[in-house]
Write a protein that binds this ligand. Structure first.
Ligand code: TPP
Ligand code: MG
Length: 562
C-alpha cells in the first residue's frame, strides 16, 4: 500500500527563517505539529495555499479528496479511530458550506475535529470578494468554538492552541477557525504559545456522594446492566468498565463507538439479548450513552429500573426520565470508585447472567439460517455470514447505508475499541469513504472494510479516486439492491406504494471503481462471494465488491426511526 506521507511530503521540513517571521500557514502548521497532527484532509483552494506550504514544511501529510464533505468526514474518521484531533482544511465559501453535514455529524458524535477554513481577504471584507461569506454565524451552532483570525497572523498560534484544547476537552467536539487570505499569507513572529496537550480521559471525577448513592443502588441490584456508548470510548473508560463488570457480574451492552470496548466474545458482553437485558434490569448503569432514540428515549429500559447516568460531562439535554444517580467527570475514576465501593455480589446475579447468556446463544443460533441463506440475489445476512469469518479481530468496519448496514449492526461483532464506525445519530449517508480513508491511514496494518448501500455509495463515490490516488487499501462491500431500501420498505408499509425509492438495478459500480483505478468485482451468486472477498482483501489496493442483494428483504424494524 502506498503511503500518503511518501506521496505528499517528499521533502524534509525547511528550517524556520532566521528572522523567526513565519507566514500564517506555517504558524498554523507548527501548532498542528506541536499537538501531534500528522495529516491534513483537504480539497484544494487558493485561500489554503499558505496552509499547504506550512504543512509541507512541517512534515504534515496533505491528503486531498474530491469533495469537502469527505475531507471533514475523513478528519472525523481520524478522530474516531485515534481518539485524537482530526484536522481538515476547507476553502473559503463553498468549501466550508459543502462540509456542513460532516461538521454536524462530528458535533453529534462528539468527535474532536479542527476545521480550518479559508476566508476572503479582511482588507476587502464586505466589498464582494470571490467566495466571500461569513462562515462563523452558520457554523457556530454546530461547534464548540468558531472564530476568525481577524487581527492578523500574529494571533494564529494562540488561536490554534485554544481551538485544539476546546475540541479535546470533555465533552469533545468539532471546532472551527477561518483565516482571511491576506492574514494567512502575511508574516508574523512565532509567539511563544502553550503547547500543552489535553490528555483525554483525565480530569476531575464525580462527587463522592453521588458515587456512594450509585454504589448503594448497584450493591442491591439483582439484575444490573451496563449500557455504554460513544462517551465510554471518548472517555477511555473501557478498562475500568471491564473491571467493574467482571467484579460485580454486570452484563454489558454497547452501542455507537462503545462497540468493541468489551470484546464481543467476552462472557459479559451481550448484543442479541439487549432488549431482554434492558427490559428486565432493576438497575441500569447508562455510561456515555444518551437516552435518545437508540434507547427509546429511555423506554427501552424497564420502567421500574433505577438509572445511574455516568458520563464525561453533564448531559447536553435533560434526561427523558428519572435518573437515580448522576456521575459526571472522569469515567475511569467513576467506574473504579463504583467497583471499589459496591460491596459483595448478590447471589441472584449469576442466574441473571446465565439467563441472558442462554437468550444470547438462542438468538445467535436463530440467525444461522439467514447467515447461510442460499438465494441469489443474495440475502444481506449471507454477505455478513461470509465476511465475518474473514475479518481479523482488529478489523475496522465502516458502515454507510440503510438496511444493508442495519443488518451488519446486528451481526458483525467488534472486538476492539474504535473498530466500528457508523455515522452516529445524525445518520448522514456519504460518511463512509471519508471515514474509511482516514481509518486505513491511521491503522495501515488493519483490515478496513467499508459497507455501502448502493444509495449511500452515490454520495461519495468519487472518493474511490482518492483511495486509488493515495493507494489506500480500503475494501468496500456494496449491498446492491437497486433501491433506497430503508425508505422504500417503510413507505410501502405506510402508503401501500413508494416513490423516489428506486435506483437502477444491477448497476455496475464495480466497473465504475475500476475506471477510477480500484479493483472491482461483481457477485451474483453466493458461491462467488468468498473468492471475491478474498481477492479484494488480498489485492493490496482499494477494492469494491458489488454484491447483488435481494430487494425484497426488508430489515425487520421494531421501532420507528423518529
Ligand atoms: C444525507 C442523507 N440523505 C438521506 C437520508 C435518508 N436515508 C436514510 S437510509 C436511506 C436509504 C439508503 O439506501 P441504501 O444506501 O441503498 O441502503 P439500503 O437501505 O438499500 O440497504 C436514505 C435515503 C440520510 N440518512 N442521509
Ligand atoms: Mg440500496
Amino acid at each position: 500500500m502506498g503511503n500518503a506521507d511518501e506521496d505528499h511530503v517528499s521533502e524534509p521540513a525547511a528550517a524556520a527563517p532566521a528572522t523567526n517571521e513565519l507566514h500564517g500557514g506555517r504558524l498554523i502548521a507548527r501548532r498542528l505539529k506541536a499537538h501531534g497532527v500528522t495529516r491534513l484532509f483537504t480539497l484544494s483552494g487558493g485561500h489554503l495555499f499558505s496552509i499547504y506550504d506550512g504543512c509541507r514544511a512541517e512534515g504534515i501529510a496533505i491528503v486531498d479528496v474530491r469533495h469537502e464533505q469527505s475531507a471533514a468526514f475523513a478528519a472525523e474518521g481520524w478522530a474516531k479511530v485515534t481518539r485524537s484531533i482530526g484536522v481538515c482544511a476547507l476553502t473559503a465559501g463553498p468549501g466550508v458550506t459543502n462540509a456542513m453535514s460532516a461538521i454536524a455529524s462530528a458535533s453529534q458524535n462528539h468527535s474532536p475535529v479542527l476545521v480550518l477554513g479559508g476566508r476572503a481577504p479582511q482588507v476587502h471584507w464586505g466589498r464582494g470578494s470571490l467566495q466571500e461569506i461569513d462562515h462563523v454565524p452558520f457554523v457556530r451552532p454546530l461547534v464548540k468554538l468558531a472564530a476568525t483570525a481577524s487581527e492578523g497572523p500574529g494571533e494564529i498560534p494562540a488561536l490554534v492552541d485554544e481551538a485544539i484544547r476546546v475540541a479535546l476537552t470533555p465533552r469533545s467536539g468539532p471546532v472551527f477557525l477561518d483565516f482571511p487570505i491576506d492574514h494567512v499569507f502575511g508574516q508574523a513572529p512565532e509567539s511563544l504559545a502553550d503547547s500543552a496537550v489535553v490528555q483525554p480521559g483525565t480530569g476531575a471525577g464525580a462527587d463522592r456522594r453521588s458515587v456512594a448513592r450509585a454504589a448503594a443502588l448497584l450493591q442491591d441490584a439483582e439484575r444490573p446492566v451496563a449500557m455504554a456508548g460513544t462517551g465510554l470510548y471518548w472517555g477511555h473508560g473501557e478498562k475500568a468498565l471491564q473491571a467493574l463488570a467482571e467484579q460485580h457480574r454486570i452484563p454489558v451492552l454497547l452501542n455507537g463507538l462503545g462497540r468493541g470496548c468489551l470484546p464481543a466474545d467476552h462472557e459479559l458482553c451481550f448484543s442479541r439479548a439487549r432488549s431482554d437485558a434492558l427490559g428486565a434490569a432493576d438497575v441500569a448503569l447508562v455510561i456515555g450513552a444518551p437516552l435518545d432514540f437508540r434507547l427509546g428515549f429511555g423506554a427501552s429500559i424497564a420502567a421500574d429500573a433505577e438509572i445511574i447516568a455516568i458520563d464525561v460531562a453533564e448531559p447536553e439535554r435533560d434526561h427523558p426520565r428519572h435518573v437515580a444517580a448522576e456521575l459526571y467527570g472522569s469515567l475511569s475514576q467513576a467506574l473504579e470508585a463504583l467497583r471499589a465501593l459496591a460491596g459483595s455480589v448478590p447471589s441472584q446475579r449469576e442466574a441473571w447472567v446465565a439467563g441472558l447468556r442462554e437468550t444470547e446463544a438462542e438468538r445467535r443460533a436463530a440467525q444461522g439460517p439467514e447467515l447461510s441463506d442460499p438465494r441469489a440475489p443474495l440475502h444481506p445476512m449471507r454477505v455478513y455470514g461470509e465476511l465475518a469469518r474473514m475479518l481479523a479481530r482488529d478489523a475496522i468496519v465502516v458502515g454507510d447505508g440503510g438496511d444493508f448496514v442495519s443488518f451488519a449492526g446486528r451481526v458483525v461483532d467488534s472486538y476492539r475499541p474504535g473498530c466500528w464506525l457508523d455515522p452516529g445519530p445524525f445518520g448522514c449517508l456519504g460518511s463512509g469513504p471519508g471515514y474509511a480513508l482516514a481509518a486505513k491511514l491511521a491503522r495501515p496494518a488493519s483490515q478496513v472494510v467499508l459497507l455501502l448501500g448502493d444509495g449511500a455509495f452515490g454520495f461519495s463515490a468519487m472518493e474511490f479516486d482518492t483511495l486509488a490516488r493515495h493507494g489506500v487499501a480500503v475494501v468496500a462491500v456494496l449491498g446492491n439492491n437497486g433501491i433506497w431500501g430503508l425508505e422504500k420498505h417503510p413507505m410501502e408499509l405506510l402508503y401501500g406504494y413508494s416513490v423516489a425509492a428506486e435506483l437502477r438495478p444491477e448497476t455496475r459500480y464495480d466497473e465504475l471503481v475500476r475506471v477510477l483505478g480500484c479493483h472491482g468485482e461483481l457477485v451474483r451468486e453466493p458461491a462467488q462471494l468468498r473468492p471475491a472477498l478474498e481477492r479484494a482483501l488480498a489485492c493490496g489496493g482499494p477494492a469494491l465488491v458489488n454484491v447483488l442483494t435481494d430487494a425484497g428483504v426488508a430489515y425487520p424494524r421494531r421501532s420507528s426511526l423518529v
